[in-house]
Design a protein around this ligand. Sequence first.
Ligand code: DHE
Length: 515
Amino acid sequence: MIRPLFFALAATLSLTSTVQADPRADYVDFCADCHDANRLGGTGPALIPQTLKRMRGPKVAAVIRDGRVTTQMPGFSDDLTEDRIAALADYLKTPLEAVPPWGTEQIMASRVMDDDYDSVDAPVWASDPMNITLAVETGDHSVSVLDGDTFEVLDRFATPFAVHGGPKFDPTGRFVFIMSRDGWVQKYDIWALKQVGRVRAGLNSRNIAMSGDGKWLAVANYLPNTLTILSTEDLSVAEVHDVKGKDGTPSRVSAVYQAPPRESFVLALKDVPEIWEVSYSETPNLAIFAGGLAHDWRIEGPVAQDTAFPIRKITTPDYLDDFFFDQSYEHVMGASRKGTDGLVVDLVIGQKVADLELAGMPHLGSGITWKYKDTTVMATPHLKEAVISVIDMQTWETVKTIPTEGPGFFMRSHENSKYVWADVFFGPNRDVMHIIDKETLEIVKSMRPVPGATVAHVEFTKDGSHALVSVWEDEGEVLIYNAETLEIVKRLPMRKPSGKYNVWNKITFSEGTSH
Ligand code: DHE
């Protein structure tokens, strides 16, 4: 990074002087070049509390002082005193005084389509296209494209900074869309092994959802309080909805999910006790939202069929942050903000139909289902309690609460596997992976593949024969297990690998994976 001489001189002099810390000035001198004058990100990520809150304790100050290895972020310990570093770190954690407009015009201006991208007629590789698996590596913000049979790495490409949530495949499994917390959406062509383009759909975003017909991508935003709907074809903006509850209260969007049989997106809202359903049907059929609820519909934006996304707002008895759907997508399970219980809303009638016993802050987004006796059960880990809840999806009763060696984040299984894999993400036993028998609901094995290292998040191959487990460390790896014998058959070195996503399991909505 080249800094004008007078800045360097001024900074060096101030090390020994008694100059009062002025974090705003230090931001302009040392950070703005890469992170933008408004702190919303440039070549470096956004430096706002919404992004930085994940870096707990003194970590922000440590990055300013020491930099980040293998990135372009230098350390500033030669330029700034400890006091000034601490003041700058505090400044970055204060909310922006004003959020700049980020509507259609700004989003479209951010869009970059790659000049060197050429479409191909067939994959440029010979692997099974349905068994491709992506591994997100958060250590250096990249994705590895794996052949699901040989586990050969076909490509490794750069993503935007800090990817969150599952990448979403189009229904053919050829294109994948990846979102970062700074609101960037990347389109990548798996056949061509090339990025197609990127667009910044929000300033701080949560996750994305693909419409069942593959035409639209919905982006849930915290900043601004909007839902952005993009065309999957060219990442152009179809609509940007201001998100305001029935009484006009603006709200952040906690998450957006697709409900393919309903031809809609379903939104969890952070600041109003409502569930929203946004139709992407070309002929929105109000009859499917039976029960005289047509008055809940509101057409916003242009009325033309191909650009209007009608919204239905359902009032809920509580704020719901996180969702899980049954396979029919009629019922949505929601976790209450208090983290003490949950409820079930029937989307057809727009009403709560059951309460759920869910203490310990369930992470419903990573819940899974399987056939159990004569019913279907759903299981979810809890972020604040060392248990897994197993719930009957017909009666909504808790079938079993399975004690674990610590709170977990992710769970996975596969139709062809008799086991559920559940990590222990928090606490001293975060190196443990539990194996649960789907019939007995007992933990049958607790594995510690790399003692002391966090192991988390599992994905299966298309046929369920192998399970891929992340060793979630800077110099980490993805361990390939034989899913039957539970033996490791291969190890792939990776940089802090997080989620893995198999094309087939995702596009067929396998019951063993999150949707
Ligand atoms: Fe996630 C998925 C919410 C923190 C890694 N996370 C999701 C989803 C939601 C969610 C709603 C499902 C959306 C989807 O995939 O489309 N996550 C939240 C939070 O509210 C929480 C607790 C706090 C926050 O700051 O956002 C949170 N999540 C984290 C992390 O700290 C993790 C471990 C590391 C990171 O990268 O930020 C993390 N979340 C993930 C991953 C998925 C995810 C890897 C996708 C899982 C999958 O298999 O689909």
